[in-house]
Design a protein around this ligand. Structure first.
Ligand SMILES: [Zn+2]
Ligand SMILES: [Zn+2]
Length: 177
């Protein structure tokens, strides 16, 4: 959970800012998004007439699975955040602020907290490619045996005998004698 209390900022005049630094920040963002390490970034929170505008960039190492060779790999992604959060309760009188039906804006909760988890989850999820590749020229898996081709081409039984198997072949010959 990456939550920050903005009660103080909501009592300041529009234009007032706070800086939120995410450094070595570990978080669990959801079962579909695995962080291989901590997030880093700086978010600038600015009081607006209506709420709090959050802008900045966040970097995160995401664990992905290559669509060709099925190996896990880590991709460092950077996302831009630019989102206005509106209060659920009026910071001055504590009355609930009406939420219009279908209002897509992000909310500050009734404890004056902004939870960045869902926003970061959504922004980071959008970086997921349709065909994630560990490297652009990943050769994938052998269609015959399913082994990874990343180490180069290899031979099969139907091909010439593998010299590495020669001692085994000799052993089998001896046992048949
Ligand atoms: Zn791959
Ligand atoms: Zn093979």
């Amino acid at each position: 959970m990456i939550a920050v209390n903005v009660a103080g900022l909501l009592h300041e005049a529009p234009g007032a800012t706070r800086e939120l630094r995410l450094r070595d920040h570990y978080a669990v963002l959801g079962p579909d998004l695995e962080l291989a390490g901590p997030m880093d970034g700086v978010l600038r929170l600015q009081r607006t007439n209506r709420g709090v505008l959050v802008r900045g960039t966040v970097t995160a190492p995401l664990r992905r699975t290559c669509a060709r060779c099925l190996e896990a790999y880590v991709e460092d992604v950077r996302v831009a955040i630019n989102e206005e959060f509106l209060p659920s309760v009026d910071p001055h009188n504590g009355f609930p602020v009406a939420i219009e039906d279908g209002d897509p804006t992000q909310r500050i909760d009734d404890h004056h907290e902004i939870d960045f988890g869902p926003l970061l989850h959504d922004e980071l999820s959008l970086t997921e490619p349709i065909h994630p590749l560990c490297r652009p020229d990943c050769p994938g898996l052998c269609v015959v045996c399913g082994a990874s081709l990343s180490g180069g081409p290899h031979r099969h039984e139907a091909d010439e005998p593998d010299p590495r198997l020669a001692p085994l072949a000799r052993l089998l010959d001896q046992r048949q004698d």
